[in-house]
Design a protein around this ligand. Structure first.
Ligand code: GLU
Length: 401
């Protein structure tokens, strides 16, 4: 029996209690933990992790693993020198090569603990589409209900943009929301987030708890070295902020410590713990804000800002001043205010082409202009996520990740 589960947005400062009260945990392991530069996959590390993950998944707790390491281990397998820049196709090819070995290592290591694993490869496009997002959720729940540990990685072999831009920190944050997990544990090759750049300030200290990610922390994180792999420290902080906004916790900790998960489970004060936001976004709104958005932008009039931000109104055509980018009806678009500040993200009932024709018009004039009836709201309030204006800087950083 699990102790009383955490409610969404409820903060827990004790690492042992946090794990004990979590029904679902997403664990992300970075390339820097699984591979040493120039060498292939570290099987001993995989075995150590598998044992601890199996213990974490004891009882009714469900564990999903997001594992990097395909590119780094595939590159060594292919005999390509680690300091040579790879072409995109080479990266995609070594990802395929490395992924096979990665799964073999997990399959064998988990089998020693009586656990089965399943490979799930996802692209950003899978998470952007609501249908595919919801379908992935059902499949993952089925695997978890069977007691299987899904091992998820980005499908680097087919995702052209993702291999350059995406990182598994972000993927793990999306999956934490998708599963409604209470906790994400992000295992990297540093001890946690530091309060300053250690190269400039040797007194830099690990931050044990982050109540809320703010612009200052993002700034400090962007300067920190460390973490091999795509993301770096900044992407860990961004991912933790996204997790906090869906009401869950993140622990960023050092996966090179042999017993890291056991020690966290025992309550040791290791790594950096990020607390959830007390008033999180529900899962669908979180998906709109962080998974669905493409490149489209809608700039609103100054007069539309207050109704949207303070009074929770829908966005009407009359309030739209400019439309940027091309997007079909139903797309998630950024909503910008004066000076291009980010007000929110919402699903547009209009394709960009139609919206350009009707922007600035009153609702009664729309049908005449388009020659057909179309929804009154450009973005309905139920499909709109509005951010706090005083968080503009942090949100801009999140949405650009
Ligand atoms: N998907 C990449 C891999 O398996 C890693 C991405 C990342 O480092 O975040 O190698």
């Amino acid at each position: 029996m699990l102790p009383a589960l955490l409610t969404n947005g409820e903060a827990c400062l004790n690492r042992a209690e946090l794990i004990a009260r979590s029904r679902r945990v997403v664990v992300k392991v970075g390339s820097g933990v699984l591979t040493a530069q120039g060498h292939g996959l570290d099987w001993d590390r995989v075995r150590l992790l598998a044992g601890q993950l199996a213990r974490l998944a004891e009882g009714e707790r469900q564990v999903l693993l997001v594992s990097s390491g395909a590119v780094a281990s595939g590159r060594a397998k292919a005999g390509l020198p680690y300091d040579r820049e790879l072409t995109l196709n080479e990266k995609q090819a070594v990802a395929a090569l490395g992924q096979a070995g990665l799964m073999q290592a997990y399959e064998e290591s988990f089998a020693e603990h009586g656990k089965k694993v399943a490979q799930v490869l996802l692209t950003a496009a899978d998470l952007r589409s609501r249908t595919r997002f919801v379908n992935a959720r059902s499949t993952l729940y089925t695997l978890l209900d069977w007691g299987v540990i899904p091992v998820v990685n980005e499908n680097d072999t087919v995702s052209v943009a993702e291999i350059k831009l995406g990182d598994n920190d972000n993927l793990a944050a999306m999956l934490t929301n998708l599963l409604g997990a209470e906790l994400m544990i992000n295992l990297t090759n540093v001890d946690g987030i530091l309060d300053a750049d250690p190269r400039l300030n040797p007194q830099a200290q690990r931050i044990p708890v982050v109540e809320k990610v703010d612009a200052q922390l993002l700034q400090a994180a962007s300067a920190q070295p460390g973490a091999v792999g795509l993301g770096g420290i900044l992407s860990k902080v961004r991912a933790a902020d996204k997790v906090a906004r869906c009401g869950a916790h993140t622990i960023v900790a050092n996966g090179l410590k042999d017993d890291i998960l056991d020690r966290l489970q025992a309550g040791d004060d290791l790594g950096t713990l990020f607390l959830p936001r007390p008033t999180p976004l529900n899962s669908r709104k979180h998906w709109i804000a962080f998974a669905a958005a493409g490149g489209g932008e809608v700039v609103v009039d100054e007069g539309a800002v207050r109704p949207l931000v303070e009074r929770g109104k829908s966005l009407l055509a009359a309030g739209v001043r400019e439309v940027r980018g091309e997007f079909p009806e139903g797309s998630a678009v950024k909503v910008l205010g004066p000076g291009d500040c980010i007000l929110g993200v919402g699903l547009s009932n209009y394709a960009s082409r139609d919206l350009r024709q009707v922007m600035g018009l009153r609702s009664a004039e729309i049908a005449g202009r388009l020659g057909r009836e179309q929804a009154d709201e450009v973005i309905h309030r139920d499909n709109l996520v509005v951010f706090d204006l005083d968080e503009e800087e942090s949100v801009a950083c999140l949405l650009n990740s």
